[in-house]
Write a protein that binds this ligand. Structure first.
Ligand code: COA
Length: 335
């Protein structure tokens, strides 16, 4: 039997799609007892996008995927795997991956959804990488897409100000080893986090009923202060770890693209690694926390703004519900 050789996976295209409608902090002041100064100071968010009623995650997910395929120069029929990290699928089943496959016409692809909350994109990217490097898939779409507005309690000022809707997608393919591609990834979960950040109803444990609706249990519950502490530790630690483990220094990093949950968490991670502001991608001011969509859409923004070049050393990191957290380091390989 011929020896199996591992290929090298890299990102070859990025895309994003956001709803037109902007919800500013001033708009939120009319909904809950809050103010622009508090939100900007505590989170860094100025506005977020909100999907129209009747628009599910598949809509912007498909648009982001189409943009990523165009960037990579591939056709929908070329895609053989679609992975959709999301906490807001159109429906509990079928998978949003199936719905997106139909919309974009990726008739040769199989696929599935993945639930890793705010770390979902990194977990899905690692899956895509494994499939490509093992030779099981040639062209993989990883599509982080969310309609967070559909699961927010719009009477809870602690949580409704934080999130936004949108999608980001990447194409993952085998690249020539000399180009670098994805170098390393670290991923973790710790079930201790379940009690601090969750949506209690709508699953098998607590199916939808008149009571669950009356008690607002189909919305995000977050113990913000607790999550904040774990998030700072998790994101800072795992970012530093992946840079050190791969024998790079802060100066080597061309772009740090963290999950966009809170500007203060990002700054803590940035300080721990020793990165300058110019090395960090920030989109939270425009889009808020878009959960699984935040990293791929931030990559798409960075690409649009000319901040990613062939060979750029890019570090990604995330922390989210579960708890889940992870990081990834790569050489940029998209045109
Ligand atoms: N507007 C005005 N005041 C608000 C408010 C709002 N939207 N939300 C909360 N407050 C008030 C609180 O009621 C509290 O008032 P009190 O002191 O009178 O009780 C005060 O502001 C401070 O609240 P606290 O929760 O301690 O604020 P914080 O500095 O921890 O910031 C978060 C709150 C949610 C922004 C912050 O905890 C956070 O970002 N947590 C992690 C979020 C995260 O990363 N989540 C997901 C990972 S994906």
């Amino acid at each position: 039997m011929a020896p199996r050789t591992l290929l090298t996976a890299g990102i070859t295209g990025v895309g994003m799609s956001f709803p037109e409608k902007r919800l500013t902090n001033a708009d939120l002041e009319k909904i809950v007892d809050t103010n622009d100064e508090w939100i900007v100071e505590r989170t860094g968010i100025k506005e977020r996008r909100i999907a129209e009623k009747g628009v599910g995650s598949s809509f912007h997910g498909a648009k982001a995927a189409q943009a990523a395929m165009e960037h990579a120069g591939i056709k929908a029929e070329d895609v053989d795997l679609i992975i959709v990290p999301t906490v807001t699928p159109d429906m509990l089943f079928p998978a949003t991956a199936c719905l997106i496959q139909e919309i974009i016409g990726a008739k040769n692809a199989w696929g599935y959804d993945l639930e890793g909350a705010c770390s979902g994109f990194l977990f899905a990217l690692q899956n895509a990488r494994a499939q490509v490097e093992a030779g099981h898939a040639k062209k993989v779409l990883v599509i982080g897409t969310e309609v967070m507005s559909s699961i927010l309690d719009w009477t809870d000022r602690n949580s409704c100000i934080l999130f936004g809707d949108g999608a980001g997608a990447v194409v993952v393919e085998a690249v020539d080893e000399s180009r670098g591609g994805i170098i390393d990834a670290l991923n973790h979960i710790d079930g201790i986090g379940g009690k601090f950040l969750n949506m209690k109803a709508g699953g098998s444990l607590m199916p939808a009923s008149a009571e669950t609706v009356a008690q607002n249990l189909h919305t995000v519950y977050q113990a913000g202060r607790d999550v904040y502490k774990y998030a700072v530790k998790g994101m800072s630690g795992i970012t530093k770890e992946i840079v050190d483990k791969n024998n790079f220094t802060a100066q080597d990093v061309d772009l740090f693209v963290p999950h966009q949950a809170n500007i203060r968490i990002i700054e803590a991670a940035q300080r721990r690694v020793g990165l300058e502001d110019s090395q960090v991608a920030i989109t939270i001011d425009q889009f808020g926390n878009t959960t699984a969509a935040s990293i791929p859409s931030a990559l798409a923004v960075a690409h649009r703004d000319g901040r990613l070049k062939e060979g750029s050393l890019v570090v990604l990191c995330a922390f989210g519900a579960g708890f889940t957290w992870g990081s990834c380091i790569m050489r940029w390989t998209a045109p």
